[in-house]
Structure formats: C-alpha cells, structure tokens
Design a protein around this ligand. Structure first.
Ligand SMILES: [Ca+2]
Length: 313
C-alpha cells in the first residue's frame, strides 16, 4: 500500500518532537508532505525553530516546514512554558538549525496541497491549537470535502482538563478554531487526554529510548525526562504522558487504539468551561456523530512501536 500523505500541524513541544520523529522514521506508512507550525506551547518563532531542530535531529533536513499563525483567531495567545520550558524543547542540548524555512505561509501550503493532491488523499495531523486548520477552512471552504481525515491530539472527556479544570490545552488556546474544525464535516479522529494519559513514559520505557544510544534516542529520553519533572509534580503519575505521538502512531498501527464514533461539541462561550470538548460518549444528546473519540490504547504496543521506529533514525 502507498504511504499515507500527511501534513503535520504542530507547536513543538517535546511530545510534538517525538510525534514528528515517529512520522519521519516511518516512510513505509507515512509520507510527510510538509510540517506547518502554529503558536501554542511557545510563541510561533520558537515552534518554527523547534520544528527545524527536530527534522535535523531525524536526519531529514529536506522536510518542508512552513510557519503559520502566530496567534489564535480571536483571543490572546496562552502558552505553556511551565510544562515545556522556556524554549519549548527543554531537556536535550541540540544544535541551532541550519535547514531552510519555506517562504510560503502555512495556511497557503495547506490550501494549495489539498487542492493539488487527489481528492481524499491528504490527512491533516494537528498537534497544537487548531488556528492554521480553521483559517485554511475559512479561507478556502472547497478544501473541506477534499480532506481524507483529520487525526488530532486535543480535548478530553473523562480526564476533563489539563490547562483548566474543564479544558485540554490545544482546544482551550483557540476554541473558536476548534469549533470550526469539529464542524467542518471531514472525518475526524481525536486523541484526547483519556488516551494520552495512558501513554506514560515509565522509567523502563525512558531507559529503552536512552539505550538506543543514537542522537534521536538519547534526545527523546532527555526530553521525556524534562517533561516528567512537571507531570510528576502535577499528577504524581508514574511517568510523563506522551500526548502527540498518539496521532502518528495511529496512522501506523490504528489497532493500538479504541474509541467511539460520537458527537463532540466545543464550548466557546462559558467562562468556566471555555474550550471543553463536550463528548457524547453515552449517546444521550441525539446530536449526529462527527468524530471518532478515542478512549483507550495498548500502551506496551505503543511504546514498542515508538522505540523500534526511533531506533531507525
Ligand atoms: Ca503539541
């Protein structure tokens, strides 16, 4: 089977970095048409720089990277340096990137690609706030029906929130963009906190990355070490959750995940629950399903895949 054509829309972020490494290490299943960056975990200038650092770490400096929106559609940017560190990629010491940045805007790249590639052949993989995707859909409504699938990390239901008691970070930062994306009619698969909080980098899993002995393996171990300091304090968990790699792992091995095709709506007006993903898990609303909302994953299978693939880089 031909590899699946994807655009990764991202705000790296250590877990974004691992998601990108997994995609770039998996050319049999995934063809990365381009990486588009967005403001999120840290401001745009840093997410764009980090995307370049990660592609060089993967040994893929020919990957095309496009800078996108530097702020949410209608709100001030909220960032997460308290989780990811000042650079967004704290942990390992990595060289300043030298690979070029493309001079087209990310939103133009997304629109042009969906128009140029055969209808139903391009999958969008958002790993950050949904600003670029919503802007593209708004500017070019004809691209909506051409999208094969949107596989995104965002939201939560039983795990409720991480940036507020009710909301997950990616959706909270740009809830209006999320509302537009969830209403666009394209097939959507969601990796919410309900899944990603089960993808925990325990000590043995971190050791396995380090034991690869490669620059990528060691960098992943150091990134998850950094991440873990924050998460342990917050959740007292046995390791840091690796949120974004769930998206790229799903493209390679969907059987690792299970969920339900349900209705998911985004709260955009309440001050108290802004950015909440109201997921009709029990089917009580009568609203039509618009997303496959994942609820569980095979964590051992996920980490076996991740370690094996990172080891190829
Ligand atoms: Ca992210």
């Amino acid at each position: 089977m031909a590899p699946r054509k994807i655009i990764i829309d991202t705000d790296p972020g250590q877990d974004d970095a691992v998601a990108i490494l997994l995609a770039l290490a998996s050319p049999e299943e995934i063809e990365v048409l381009g990486i588009t960056t967005v403001a999120g975990n840290v401001p745009l200038e840093l997410t764009t720089k980090n995307a370049r650092i990660v592609c060089e770490l993967a040994g893929k400096p020919d990957t095309r990277i496009f800078a996108g929106c530097d702020r949410p559609l209608g709100r001030d940017l909220v960032t997460a340096e308290h989780v990811h560190g000042k650079t967004g990629l704290d942990g390992p010491t990595l060289p300043e990137p030298t690979m070029p940045l493309q001079d087209r805007h990310a939103v133009d790249f997304i629109i042009d690609t969906l128009r140029e590639e055969p209808e139903g052949s391009v999958t969008l993989c958002p790993l950050g706030p949904l600003t670029n995707i919503a802007t593209a859909l708004d500017r070019a409504p004809d691209i909506g029906p051409r999208i094969k699938e949107i596989v995104l990390m965002g939201g939560a239901y039983f795990e409720v929130g991480n940036i507020t008691p009710a909301a997950e970070f990616n959706i909270y930062v740009d809830p209006e963009a999320a509302k537009q994306v969830f209403g666009c009619g394209a097939p959507i698969t969601v990796m919410p906190l309900d899944v990603t909080h089960k993808a925990l980098v325990t000590k043995p899993r971190n050791d396995a990355f380090r034991a690869l002995g490669t620059p990528a393996g060691i960098a992943v171990a150091e990134m998850t070490d950094f991440f873990e300091r924050f998460d342990k304090e917050k959740y007292g968990s046995e390791g840091a959750p690796l949120h974004d790699p769930c998206v790229t792992a799903y493209l390679i091995k969907p059987e690792l995940f299970s969920g339900r095709h349900i209705n998911v709506e985004i709260e955009i007006t309440s001050e108290l629950t802004l950015g909440m993903t109201v997921a009709d898990w029990w089917g009580v609303s009568g609203r039509p399903p618009n997303a496959t909302f994942m609820g569980d994953l095979d964590a051992d299978g996920f980490f076996a895949l991740l370690t094996g693939r990172i080891g190829r880089l």
